[in-house]
Design a protein. Structure first.
Length: 196
Protein backbone atom coordinates (compact mmCIF):
# COMPACT_ATOMS: atom_id res chain seq x y z
CA UNK A 1 0.00 0.00 0.00
CA UNK A 2 0.95 3.62 -0.30
CA UNK A 3 2.46 5.31 2.71
CA UNK A 4 0.86 8.44 4.12
CA UNK A 5 4.05 10.48 3.65
CA UNK A 6 4.30 9.52 -0.01
CA UNK A 7 0.64 10.36 -0.59
CA UNK A 8 1.03 13.77 1.08
CA UNK A 9 4.25 14.56 -0.76
CA UNK A 10 2.97 13.41 -4.15
CA UNK A 11 -0.35 15.20 -3.84
CA UNK A 12 1.55 18.34 -2.85
CA UNK A 13 3.53 17.97 -6.07
CA UNK A 14 0.33 17.39 -8.03
CA UNK A 15 -1.19 20.55 -6.54
CA UNK A 16 1.97 22.53 -7.28
CA UNK A 17 1.69 21.34 -10.89
CA UNK A 18 -1.93 22.48 -10.94
CA UNK A 19 -0.73 25.92 -9.85
CA UNK A 20 1.99 25.72 -12.54
CA UNK A 21 4.86 26.17 -10.11
CA UNK A 22 8.27 25.34 -11.64
CA UNK A 23 9.61 23.23 -8.74
CA UNK A 24 6.60 20.92 -8.56
CA UNK A 25 8.36 17.84 -9.93
CA UNK A 26 10.74 17.66 -6.96
CA UNK A 27 7.92 16.33 -4.77
CA UNK A 28 7.58 13.10 -6.75
CA UNK A 29 9.57 9.92 -6.27
CA UNK A 30 10.74 9.40 -9.86
CA UNK A 31 12.57 6.15 -9.17
CA UNK A 32 11.46 2.89 -10.78
CA UNK A 33 9.75 1.94 -7.51
CA UNK A 34 8.04 5.33 -7.44
CA UNK A 35 6.86 4.75 -11.00
CA UNK A 36 5.12 1.47 -10.16
CA UNK A 37 3.76 2.75 -6.83
CA UNK A 38 2.18 5.74 -8.59
CA UNK A 39 -0.28 3.36 -10.27
CA UNK A 40 -1.67 2.62 -6.81
CA UNK A 41 -3.00 6.19 -6.76
CA UNK A 42 -6.03 4.73 -8.53
CA UNK A 43 -7.29 3.85 -5.04
CA UNK A 44 -7.44 7.57 -4.20
CA UNK A 45 -9.42 8.24 -7.38
CA UNK A 46 -12.14 5.74 -6.55
CA UNK A 47 -14.34 7.92 -4.26
CA UNK A 48 -14.73 10.67 -6.88
CA UNK A 49 -15.08 8.10 -9.64
CA UNK A 50 -17.81 6.22 -7.75
CA UNK A 51 -19.76 9.46 -7.15
CA UNK A 52 -19.51 10.35 -10.84
CA UNK A 53 -20.56 6.86 -11.94
CA UNK A 54 -23.53 6.79 -9.54
CA UNK A 55 -24.65 10.19 -10.84
CA UNK A 56 -24.29 9.05 -14.45
CA UNK A 57 -26.34 5.93 -13.65
CA UNK A 58 -29.02 8.02 -12.00
CA UNK A 59 -29.29 10.26 -15.05
CA UNK A 60 -29.15 7.33 -17.50
CA UNK A 61 -31.90 5.41 -15.69
CA UNK A 62 -34.28 8.34 -16.04
CA UNK A 63 -33.27 9.17 -19.63
CA UNK A 64 -33.42 5.66 -21.11
CA UNK A 65 -36.52 3.71 -21.99
CA UNK A 66 -36.73 0.46 -19.96
CA UNK A 67 -36.14 -1.57 -23.14
CA UNK A 68 -32.92 0.42 -23.81
CA UNK A 69 -31.55 0.12 -20.29
CA UNK A 70 -29.08 -2.79 -19.98
CA UNK A 71 -29.29 -2.62 -16.17
CA UNK A 72 -27.12 -1.69 -13.22
CA UNK A 73 -24.66 -4.57 -13.42
CA UNK A 74 -23.62 -3.91 -17.03
CA UNK A 75 -23.50 -0.15 -16.43
CA UNK A 76 -21.13 -0.53 -13.47
CA UNK A 77 -19.10 -3.22 -15.23
CA UNK A 78 -18.69 -0.90 -18.23
CA UNK A 79 -17.55 1.88 -15.90
CA UNK A 80 -15.08 -0.29 -13.95
CA UNK A 81 -13.47 -1.77 -17.05
CA UNK A 82 -13.30 1.72 -18.56
CA UNK A 83 -11.45 3.08 -15.54
CA UNK A 84 -8.95 0.23 -15.61
CA UNK A 85 -8.27 0.52 -19.33
CA UNK A 86 -8.06 4.31 -19.18
CA UNK A 87 -5.59 4.07 -16.31
CA UNK A 88 -3.08 1.97 -18.26
CA UNK A 89 -3.62 2.74 -21.96
CA UNK A 90 -1.74 6.05 -22.21
CA UNK A 91 1.25 4.73 -20.23
CA UNK A 92 1.45 1.70 -22.53
CA UNK A 93 1.10 3.73 -25.73
CA UNK A 94 3.71 6.25 -24.61
CA UNK A 95 6.06 3.49 -23.44
CA UNK A 96 6.02 2.13 -26.97
CA UNK A 97 6.43 5.57 -28.54
CA UNK A 98 8.76 7.25 -26.03
CA UNK A 99 12.02 6.68 -27.93
CA UNK A 100 10.70 7.69 -31.37
CA UNK A 101 9.10 10.78 -29.80
CA UNK A 102 12.30 11.66 -27.94
CA UNK A 103 10.70 11.60 -24.50
CA UNK A 104 12.21 8.39 -23.10
CA UNK A 105 14.29 10.33 -20.56
CA UNK A 106 11.21 11.98 -19.03
CA UNK A 107 8.63 9.26 -19.66
CA UNK A 108 8.70 7.83 -16.12
CA UNK A 109 8.43 11.24 -14.46
CA UNK A 110 5.49 12.13 -16.70
CA UNK A 111 3.55 8.96 -15.88
CA UNK A 112 4.22 9.44 -12.16
CA UNK A 113 3.01 13.04 -12.29
CA UNK A 114 0.03 12.07 -14.44
CA UNK A 115 -1.03 9.29 -12.07
CA UNK A 116 -0.83 11.47 -8.98
CA UNK A 117 -2.32 14.44 -10.82
CA UNK A 118 -5.32 12.31 -11.72
CA UNK A 119 -6.35 12.34 -8.06
CA UNK A 120 -6.79 16.12 -8.28
CA UNK A 121 -8.15 16.04 -11.83
CA UNK A 122 -11.12 13.79 -10.96
CA UNK A 123 -12.11 15.69 -7.80
CA UNK A 124 -14.31 18.28 -9.59
CA UNK A 125 -16.17 15.49 -11.40
CA UNK A 126 -16.82 13.75 -8.10
CA UNK A 127 -18.12 17.00 -6.63
CA UNK A 128 -20.54 17.46 -9.53
CA UNK A 129 -21.61 13.84 -9.16
CA UNK A 130 -22.36 14.46 -5.48
CA UNK A 131 -24.44 17.55 -6.35
CA UNK A 132 -26.49 15.45 -8.78
CA UNK A 133 -26.98 12.61 -6.30
CA UNK A 134 -28.23 14.86 -3.50
CA UNK A 135 -30.49 16.77 -5.88
CA UNK A 136 -28.72 20.13 -5.88
CA UNK A 137 -27.89 20.04 -9.59
CA UNK A 138 -30.20 19.14 -12.45
CA UNK A 139 -29.13 17.97 -15.88
CA UNK A 140 -28.42 21.41 -17.36
CA UNK A 141 -26.40 22.62 -14.39
CA UNK A 142 -24.55 19.30 -14.13
CA UNK A 143 -23.67 19.36 -17.84
CA UNK A 144 -22.32 22.91 -17.54
CA UNK A 145 -20.29 22.03 -14.45
CA UNK A 146 -18.95 18.85 -16.09
CA UNK A 147 -17.87 20.88 -19.12
CA UNK A 148 -16.12 23.38 -16.84
CA UNK A 149 -14.43 20.50 -14.98
CA UNK A 150 -13.31 19.02 -18.31
CA UNK A 151 -11.74 22.33 -19.37
CA UNK A 152 -9.90 22.55 -16.05
CA UNK A 153 -8.72 18.94 -16.39
CA UNK A 154 -7.45 19.48 -19.95
CA UNK A 155 -5.49 22.55 -18.86
CA UNK A 156 -4.08 20.60 -15.94
CA UNK A 157 -3.07 17.68 -18.16
CA UNK A 158 -1.31 20.18 -20.42
CA UNK A 159 0.64 21.58 -17.46
CA UNK A 160 1.64 18.07 -16.36
CA UNK A 161 2.86 17.19 -19.86
CA UNK A 162 4.74 20.46 -20.27
CA UNK A 163 6.50 20.30 -16.89
CA UNK A 164 7.11 16.56 -16.57
CA UNK A 165 8.17 15.95 -20.18
CA UNK A 166 9.99 19.29 -20.44
CA UNK A 167 8.45 19.97 -23.85
CA UNK A 168 6.97 22.95 -25.65
CA UNK A 169 3.36 24.04 -26.11
CA UNK A 170 2.58 22.03 -29.25
CA UNK A 171 4.00 18.76 -27.99
CA UNK A 172 2.21 19.08 -24.64
CA UNK A 173 -1.09 19.81 -26.41
CA UNK A 174 -0.49 16.74 -28.59
CA UNK A 175 -0.10 14.55 -25.48
CA UNK A 176 -3.34 15.95 -24.04
CA UNK A 177 -5.18 15.31 -27.31
CA UNK A 178 -3.79 11.77 -27.47
CA UNK A 179 -4.90 11.07 -23.90
CA UNK A 180 -8.38 12.45 -24.57
CA UNK A 181 -8.69 10.52 -27.84
CA UNK A 182 -7.69 7.27 -26.14
CA UNK A 183 -10.17 7.86 -23.32
CA UNK A 184 -13.01 8.61 -25.73
CA UNK A 185 -12.16 5.57 -27.85
CA UNK A 186 -12.19 3.31 -24.79
CA UNK A 187 -15.48 4.78 -23.57
CA UNK A 188 -17.26 4.56 -26.94
CA UNK A 189 -15.97 1.05 -27.58
CA UNK A 190 -17.13 -0.22 -24.19
CA UNK A 191 -20.50 1.52 -24.53
CA UNK A 192 -20.94 -0.23 -27.85
CA UNK A 193 -19.95 -3.61 -26.41
CA UNK A 194 -22.29 -3.25 -23.42
CA UNK A 195 -25.16 -1.85 -25.49
CA UNK A 196 -25.35 1.75 -24.28
Amino acid sequence: MLERNEIARSLTGAWELFLDRPGAMRYFDISMEGFWRSFRAIVLILPAYVLTTLAERSVASTALMPSQDPGDFLFYLDSAIGLGLDWVTLPIVLALAARPLGIAEHYGAFIIARNWGSVIAVAPFGFVGLLVLIGLAGMEVANFLMLAALMIMLRYNYLIARRALDVGFGFAVGIVVLDLALSLTISLTLDSVFGF
